[in-house]
Design a protein around this ligand. Sequence first.
Ligand code: ITT
Length: 199
Amino acid sequence: MAYIVVATGNAHKVDEYRKLLDGQNVELKSLLDYPAWPGVEENGKSFRENASIKALAACKYCDVPAFADDSGLEVEALDGRPGIFSSRYADTDAERIARLLGELQGRENRRARFVCAIAIAVNGEVIETFEGEVKGVIVDAPRGKDGFGYDPVFMPDGYDQTFGELPQEVKNKISHRAEAFRKAMEFVENEMAVLDDDF
Ligand code: ITT
């Protein structure tokens, strides 16, 4: 069976992608399967740039088609922060959430969106990037134990539960990652003739 590498060391992302790929005739590996992976500096200025940097580095290192996801939370009242620095905002998920809630204390505007950029790299080249988003609000205190990152404080529009409370199947239908991935899959299916040798 053909396999593809998702250029992430984040086990939660791998889990979400594995479910999104359910039923496809492709095996998913991640950088967790490459313990000697040296890492790559995410020094891009946008989600798309960072996704491209990660996808390209993994494609070259693993010598197979790779895709990468750079994602994060943009908060309106913080002028879009933490944005591409969502992972680097603090050391642990609990600290990231505590810092976010601290910065939002007393702010009326709780609007935020999760963004995900996916880049696909084949034969040492980034061939396309895709973006997805999900809009919602930041709640006052963490709710729910599911998901990862900022999930317990993010409530998507149209729901009264956070991503930490909603079943993973629901998050995987409406999330930024799911939307970007749907676009990526559509592209791969349409371009299959070109990519057939590689996928
Ligand atoms: P890789 O670079 O190895 O993929 P990472 O976790 O560092 O792993 P990013 O650089 O893309 O990934 O940072 C994304 C951060 O944004 C992530 O660590 C979370 O804090 C947050 N984030 C992204 N998607 C999320 C989601 O679906 N739910 C909650 N938080 C999310």
